[in-house]
Design a protein around this ligand. Structure first.
Ligand code: SAM
Length: 241
């Protein structure tokens, strides 16, 4: 297994039991997921792939919006277990299939999906272009890739103070928000996470300008970026095949 993915797997193994009570309590996170669903143009009957589905926060919002079918993949078995318990609780097993798996090894037939969505997951992947190229192949013609993620460029030299200040600007807002809305537990989790962003230790955020370029190079023709109102560090990208 790739080293970076092992770091991330262990991170989510440790976080899973607290996820819904920390990031899951932050209103901004739900606003981001809502904007992803709203931007997707989801219809009844659509096949949706949720990459890094985690505890199912995004998938369940898709299912609330339309009578679609969800395929969720995630590299953390612990996060998937929590999602599975929600599927059982709400009797949704006919609507959702879950698979443990890595975004870098997507194994579905080409042109299977109407929508491929991913929220705050693909920044964990260092080598992004092959993943986006594969997503392009898995979409039906006219299908949509919807990305909800952090808009901060963490590339460059780890010893560059300007890069550090750019990341700290983003982290400052994250820490305050986590403390206000998720309490000390959420703050503590985000604080630990901050060092990972700074050191690119399993966190490899790029700007949405960079994401747009990657999508363009992968073949997507129409690419739109939507800001998340009031939260300048988060955006939603919609790329149509
Ligand atoms: C911050 S959580 C987001 C979960 C959910 N999408 C949400 O918005 O609440 C990131 C999720 O991505 C998963 N993940 C991280 N790297 C991954 C990879 N390379 N392949 C598949 N899943 C990955 C983690 O296990 C975790 O469940």
């Amino acid at each position: 297994m790739r080293k970076n993915n092992t770091v991330t797997k262990n991170w989510f193994k440790d976080w899973s039991n607290e996820y819904d009570n920390t990031l899951g309590k932050v209103k901004r996170h739900h606003k981001l997921l809502d904007l992803v669903v709203e931007s997707s143009g989801l219809k009844d009957g659509d096949a949706v792939l949720d990459i890094g589905c985690g505890t199912g926060l995004l998938s369940l919002k898709f299912l609330n919006k339309a009578d679609c079918v969800i395929y969720g993949i995630d590299s953390s078995r612990e996060m998937l277990e929590l999602f599975k318990s929600k599927i059982d609780k709400y009797d949704l097993s006919g609507k959702i299939s879950l698979e443990p798996g890595d975004a870098e090894d997507l194994d579905f037939e080409n042109e299977k999906f109407d929508i491929i969505a991913s929220t705050v997951t693909l920044h964990h992947v260092k080598n992004k272009y092959p993943v986006i190229k594969k997503i392009y192949k898995l979409l039906k013609p006219g299908g949509k890739f919807i990305l909800g993620d952090i808009d901060v460029d963490t590339t460059g030299n780890l010893e560059d103070p300007k890069r550090l200040l750019r990341i700290i600007d983003f982290l400052k807002e994250e820490f305050v928000l986590a403390l206000k809305e998720g309490g000390v537990k959420a703050f503590s989790r985000m604080y630990d996470n901050g060092k990972k962003h700074i050191l690119n230790d399993g966190e490899f955020c790029v700007s949405f300008k960079q994401w747009k370029e990657i999508c363009k190079n992968a073949g997507f023709k129409k690419i739109t970026i939507k800001p998340l109102p009031k939260f300048k560090w988060f955006k939603v990208l919609i790329a149509v095949k």
